[in-house]
Design a protein around this ligand. Structure first.
Ligand code: SIN
Ligand code: MN
Length: 264
């Protein structure tokens, strides 16, 4: 899988790129079954919705489920990541934001790199996020919303909030933009919500402003996000966060086409 020069230019200009139907319905069904299995594994990697036993997010499923270990190595993701970032990448973080039907909560407006700079002393925004839609994403179920072009505006929040929504991970609420900051960038750049079929993929920049609304629909919105980091951009902190949040294996990933159906 190779991106065209036009697709690479659009990513650089807008800070995101949607590639539709990169995975088949059967492959998505396999990934959803693997998510269901992983959702039964207790531990700090599993974050629940407030006041509920429903899953809000699961981290590092590629450490436990073969389907996700294969997914992060598929040429369909690594080909574009090599073109957009570097051919020397490893998985910095993998999470699945489950946003369940009838009440999955919002993800506040934020820029990812700010979080990783603060928490991990990551030197540079030399990463790319790859979001794989595990459900159809519509206007009803809290789709990912981005501010196009906002990755060029620099950091829009100077300090981490004193309030920590969760002990298990750094929730976007902890680093969210102030209302006046969001209003300013939206006045300049507008908003775009990603509406696409399950199996589609969104590549997005670590400095783009993004977030998503609560899900009050009867449809879940499971979104898997793999963040690849350049192997020359390792965290500098002497106190690393747990390995479900920040990957320790920095060996460059090579595309593989073995094991399960999602590896081609
Ligand atoms: C995030 O950026 O961490 C959350 C985005 C989403 O799941 O809508
Ligand atoms: Mn984010």
């Amino acid at each position: 899988m190779q991106l065209s020069t036009d697709q690479v230019s659009r990513y650089q200009r807008d800070g995101f790129l949607v590639v539709e139907n990169l995975f088949s319905a059967a492959e998505v069904a396999d990934l959803c079954a693997a998510f269901d299995a992983d959702a039964r594994v207790p531990g700090p990697q599993r974050v629940l919705e407030d006041d509920s036993d429903r899953v809000r997010a699961i981290y590092a499923s590629h450490h436990r489920q073969r389907e996700f270990a294969d997914l992060v190595r598929t040429p369909r993701l690594l080909g574009p990541v090599h073109a957009l970032l570097s051919d020397q990448v490893y998985v910095y973080q993998l999470k699945i934001n489950a946003k369940p039907a009838f009440g999955g909560d919002k993800w506040g407006w934020h820029q990812d790199f700010l979080a990783w700079q603060l928490a991990d002393l990551l030197p540079a925004p030399r990463l790319v996020n790859v979001a794989v839609l595990l459900d159809d994403s519509t206007e009803f179920n809290g789709p990912l919303i981005v501010v196009p072009g906002s990755h060029t505006l620099g950091e829009l929040r100077e300090h981490r909030s004193d309030q920590h929504r969760s002990e298990q991970h750094l929730d976007p609420d902890d680093i969210s933009l102030r209302p006046d900051q969001l209003a300013g960038v939206v006045a300049e750049r507008g908003l775009h919500s990603v509406k696409a079929r399950a199996g589609s993929v969104v590549f997005f920049h670590p400095e783009i402003v993004h977030g998503s609304a609560p899900n009050m629909s009867p449809y879940p919105r499971r979104l898997l996000i793999v963040t690849y980091n350049d192997t020359r951009n390792l965290p500098m902190t002497p106190n690393p966060r747990p390995d479900y949040l920040v990957g320790r294996d920095t060996t460059p990933l090579r595309p593989t086409d073995v094991v399960t159906g999602v590896s081609r």
